[in-house]
Design a protein around this ligand. Structure first.
Ligand code: S3P
Length: 438
């Protein structure tokens, strides 16, 4: 009973949000820098490493693989710890006693599988209940084609990888997935020959931006990216900007609630991640973007979003990869009066939860009129509903989306299992309280 109380958060509606803040370091970038630093020769330093449970999972796995790393919270940034990683060089991981636990983190499991595919021992990677339901065949197929032995339980975790000497492949992934692309790049780095990836639609390019900083040359052929195997990575020092996908919840809340103005500084502005700002501008919100001058591989800057009268939102398939982690936040906007229609997003069903099903069910419990489709849903424009009891279903972005949706209703909303926000945004609800004014 205490546990249930401890993980339930009630959001009362009303008021507006305002303030200036930083958000936690970027989760996608943190995983990649840590794995690349572990495969590099020498000691790397990463500032602003994402504080959530997912990025801890990557560090825990790396430690188990014999990587020596230290974390200092005495960090120059309030966005995460400074992590020092002594790399073991290409194919330098030590075999593990027992199994690796990727927790809730699909990025950890899929990227580690790519990194392990050339290590000549057997490793089993497990995950929590949510991760154990997620599809792994998408990385198994290309890694097997390269020569690795990879086994799953009916296409899902646990994943058992026996590394082999790998051969390069030329691969067109059947879905838009940066995790698949990154797993293949990490395996390709350790393969004989040049591995090519031809993405059907561009996905986040953090791995491609990071590799050259660690001394690895990539080759390009139009939209395709190639990696010549056997290049040694060299340790480096990098700072990680704030996570755009975490900031997205504040941007959406500011756009929705009359009187709101939110400014997030030192937030990542990688163009493969920021489509949400175009969408918010397109529906009428006021958005100001000030990019910082930087030589860092990842652009960043300050974004200010303020409320204005909004139009309905329609999102189609072509925009989905660049919005994939922001769609839950946008769906929340559908409850602030204007309605929201999404199509071409069946990938949402493969995330930490079936995000289409969980959003549809949660928004209905809050009183919204919603239709579900195989590849999306529609929230109909209506007067603000009254709120209700919703379940985050083990998915951090569901808990945050429900919280933002709840702000615009006429009665309170109870979010069960709300502590799952710790996966990417520890302190999310405290920050919400600080930013809210009534
Ligand atoms: C991520 C890629 C996306 C995204 C996930 C993080 C990454 O997943 O939804 O939160 O860090 O590469 P897919 O690769 O499955 O699209």
């Amino acid at each position: 009973m205490d546990d249930i109380k401890a993980t339930t958060t009630t959001i009362d509606p009303g008021g507006y949000i305002s303030g200036s803040l930083h958000v936690p370091g970027d989760k996608s970038i943190s995983h990649r820098y840590a794995i690349l630093a572990a495969l590099a020769e020498g000691e790397s330093e990463l500032q602003g490493y994402a504080p959530g449970a997912d990025c801890d999972s990557t560090l825990r796995c790396l430690r188990q693989l014999g990587i020596s790393l230290e974390s200092s919270t005495d960090s120059p940034t309030d966005q995460g710890a400074t992590i020092t990683i002594a790399g073991s060089g290409l194919k330098g991981f030590a075999s593990v006693n027992g199994s690796l636990d990727a927790g809730n983190s699909g990025t950890t499991m899929r990227l580690m599988a790519g990194a392990l595919a050339a290590h000549s021992f057997t490793t089993t990677v497990t995950g929590d209940q949510s991760l154990s339901r997620r599809p792994m065949q998408r990385i198994v197929a290309p890694l097997q084609a390269m020569g690795a032995q990879v086994e799953t339980h009916k296409g899902c975790p646990p994943l058992t990888i026996t590394g082999r000497s790998l051969e390069a492949i030329d691969y067109t992934p059947p879905m838009a997935s940066a995790q698949v692309k990154s797993a293949i790049l990490l395996a390709g780095l350790q393969a004989n020959g040049t591995t090519w990836i031809r993405e059907p639609v561009q996905t986040r390019d953090h791995t491609e931006r990071a590799l050259p900083i660690f001394g690895v040359n990539l080759v390009r052929e139009g939209q395709a990216v190639g990696i010549v195997g056997g290049q040694q990575l060299v340790a480096t020092s990098l700072a990680i900007p704030g996570d755009f996908s975490s900031a997205a919840f504040w941007f959406v809340a500011a756009a929705a609630l009359p009187g709101s103005v939110i400014q997030v500084s030192y937030v990542g502005l990688n163009p493969t991640r920021t489509r949400l700002l175009d969408v918010l501008q397109g529906i009428g919100a006021r958005v100001a973007i000030e990019p910082a001058e930087t030589t860092s591989p990842e652009p960043y800057g300050t974004v200010t979003v303020s409320h204005a009268e909004l139009y309905p939102i329609i999102v189609n398939g072509t925009d989905v990869p660049a919005l994939i982690d922001e769609l839950p936040a946008l769906a929340a906007l559908g409850l602030h009066g204007q309605g929201f229609r999404l199509n071409g997003a069946s990938e949402l069903r493969t995330k930490e939860s079936d995000r289409i099903e969980v959003l549809v069910s949660g928004l209905r419990h809050m009183g919204a009129e919603v239709d579900e489709f195989p590849d999306g849903f529609e929230v109909y424009a209506q007067d603000p509903p009254s709120g209700g009891i919703v379940d985050a279903a083990g998915d951090h972005r569901m808990a945050m989306a429900f919280a933002i949706a709840a702000l615009g209703l006429t009665g309170p909303t109870v979010i069960k299992n709300s502590d799952v926000v710790n996966v990417s945004y520890p302190g999310f609800f405290d920050t919400l309280n600080l930013l809210r004014h009534r």
